[in-house]
Design a protein around this ligand. Structure first.
Ligand code: ATP
Length: 245
């Protein structure tokens, strides 16, 4: 079964089609990158998939449920990375994780177990007793992603996870994200092309709400005869709609 299947999904803002009859699928366990220049429709698409915005036309099936009629079944199965501002600065790393687990109704013992798992996975074990306001930006970002993941969602939205991080912190976070590949379906939005290329199984490029390209980074490079993924991205954005989809 697909994790997500878009069926002519459409959303307009006045005359602008922010998302225009999108139709593609995301597989279960896939690490899927959503790319596109500013205003391409990425946020509008994610808002609809999370149930924050209703489509005007079309539908999407998420884990086999329609976003039009079954949002209550879908919502508990997804989560997204909160911004670092969602972290309580005076609580320790461990306390933040255990607190969030409690908010989501995870029993105390299970919450502690999952906190241990997250500390390990995101290499925060050494810092577990430190107040989070003392952490570096990269560590705070790792903690915020861990706080979203502690609920073990089937679908996880990662919105610009490395925005503003220095090169080293970004590379470290990539390693963490790489190790998450597997059961969870991850949908990454980013403007860092090398991030999508390094992490994603497949990459989707949107423009003006329509699908411009869909495939592996290698596929897209080959199709556009580009040496780098950045060249491929620009060629696709300059090309005709649907050419690489
Ligand atoms: P960015 O990379 O800048 O975040 P995006 O790909 O997420 O862009 P969207 O925010 O989904 O793009 O916007 C798609 C289109 O819909 C744009 O033309 C935008 O101006 C328009 N739009 C988005 N939200 C609204 C709104 N609330 N009211 C009117 N127009 C909107």
């Amino acid at each position: 079964m697909h994790a997500i299947e878009l069926k002519q999904l459409t959303k307009h803002y006045k005359e602008t089609a922010a998302v225009d009859r999108l139709e593609f699928s995301i597989e279960k366990g896939e690490f899927f990158a959503l790319l596109g220049e500013n205003g391409a429709g990425k946020t509008t698409l994610i808002r609809m998939l999370c149930g924050l915005l209703s489509p005007d036309e079309g539908d999407a099936s998420v884990l086999g449920h329609s976003i039009l009629t079954d949002l209550d079944k879908i919502k508990p199965k997804m989560n997204m990375s909160p911004q670092e501002t969602a972290i309580a600065p005076n609580l320790t790393v461990r306390e933040n994780l255990e607190f969030i687990a409690g908010v989501y109704g995870i029993p105390k013992k299970e919450g502690k177990k999952r906190t241990d798992e997250m500390l390990e996975l995101f290499q925060l074990k050494e810092k577990e007793r430190e107040k989070t306001k003392t952490l570096s930006g990269g560590m705070q970002r790792r903690l915020s992603i861990a706080m979203g993941m502690i609920t073990k969602p089937d679908i996880y939205f990662l919105d610009e996870p490395t925005l503003g991080l220095d090169v080293r912190s970004r590379r470290e976070l990539w390693k963490n994200l790489e190790s998450l590949k597997g059961d969870m379906t991850i949908i990454l939005t980013t403007h860092y092309l090398e991030e999508a290329e390094a992490l994603a199984d497949r990459i989707c490029i949107l423009e003006n709400g329509t699908l411009k390209a869909l495939g592996t980074a290698e596929d897209l490079k080959k199709q556009t005869h580009s040496a780098t993924f950045e060249d491929a991205f620009l060629a696709i954005c300059d090309g005709e709609a649907g050419l690489y989809a």
